[in-house]
Design a binder for this molecule. Structure first.
Ligand code: ZN
Length: 281
């Protein structure tokens, strides 16, 4: 099952082009606001299974799509979670997850134009993003997938100067300029993947491949991230976890490469689709 945010309304996708408006098809049982559905996720999954034969009534034009979880209480992001990316960043392999946040104000849908911060070094990070579907505290790794509503794509855009500024650098602000957290195009439930712990992902800039990895290469798997985070904080329905990026970011190249005005970044994840960002000064 896949859900999208179309012009701010919750839509159940029936193909990559068409979908069903949930508020209308449920006669108001579920609201139109895509942010509301995660609190009632299991009820919604059950209802959607009985919809066979309902005609699609909404076009999923990519430019109409918003962030599929538009108002998460918390956005977690994991640094250095692939060996080769930790190497290219000049860090040791972490022994526990490196966690930061991308502020919610940076969230957008899948197709956007992003203004590059002046005098910055803006980099790309292709990531699989977990969307939480059930409140979780002290969740075990074995139970972790039961707490996942679905998976989506995220770009962890990162301005490296701000990210590394100061005597005790924190990542959050450098990763939270306006538009620095595109997500989408929709949320796909874990059952749609042959193995949700082994999904290919990557990106291109102006058609050239920059990243290409698999989530089976994660140092801390999705279940171990959910177990770790929920051992400290309570996970809430709609929360996002950016799970980390494979090798191939601009920071790790020789010479280093930064996003420039006119660039087009296409970020893809197998079984989900793509994000498309263009950049202006
Ligand atoms: Zn990242």
């Amino acid at each position: 099952m896949r859900i999208a945010n179309v012009d701010g309304r919750l839509v159940l996708a029936t193909s990559s082009e068409r979908g069903i408006d949930v508020e209308k098809a449920s006669n108001g049982r579920f609201t139109a606001d895509p942010a509301d559905i995660f609190d009632r996720w299991s009820e919604f999954v059950e209802w959607s299974a009985g919809l066979n034969g309902t005609a699609p009534d909404t076009d999923l034009t990519p430019t109409r799509l918003g962030a599929p979880s538009p108002a998460p209480a918390q956005v977690f992001a994991i640094g250095l979670n692939y060996h080769a990316h930790a190497d290219e960043s000049g860090f040791d392999i972490p022994t526990s997850p490196v966690v930061f946040t991308k502020y919610r104000s940076a969230l957008t849908g899948p197709v956007t134009t992003v203004t590059l911060p002046p005098n910055g070094q803006t980099d790309w990070e292709t990531e699989l993003v977990v969307v939480i579907g059930k409140e979780g505290k002290a969740v075990s790794e074995d139970a972790a997938w039961d707490y996942v509503a679905g998976l989506t794509i995220g770009q962890d855009l990162s301005e490296r100067i701000t990210q590394r500024q100061g005597p005790a650098p924190q990542f959050n602000l450098g990763k939270s300029f306006p538009g620095f957290a595109p997500t989408g195009p929709w949320i796909v439930t874990p059952d749609e993947f042959a193995n949700p712990d082994d999904i290919a992902l990557g990106c291109t800039i102006n058609g050239s491949e920059m990243q290409n990895g698999r989530t089976s290469q994660l140092i801390f798997s999705i279940p171990s991230l959910i177990a770790h985070l929920s051992s400290i904080v309570t996970l809430h329905p709609g929360d996002l976890i950016f799970t980390g990026t494979p090798a191939g970011v601009g920071l790790g190249r020789d010479p280093q490469v930064w996003l420039a005005p006119g660039d087009e970044l296409v970020t893809w994840v197998e079984g989900i689709g793509e994000l498309r960002q263009s950049f202006v000064a």
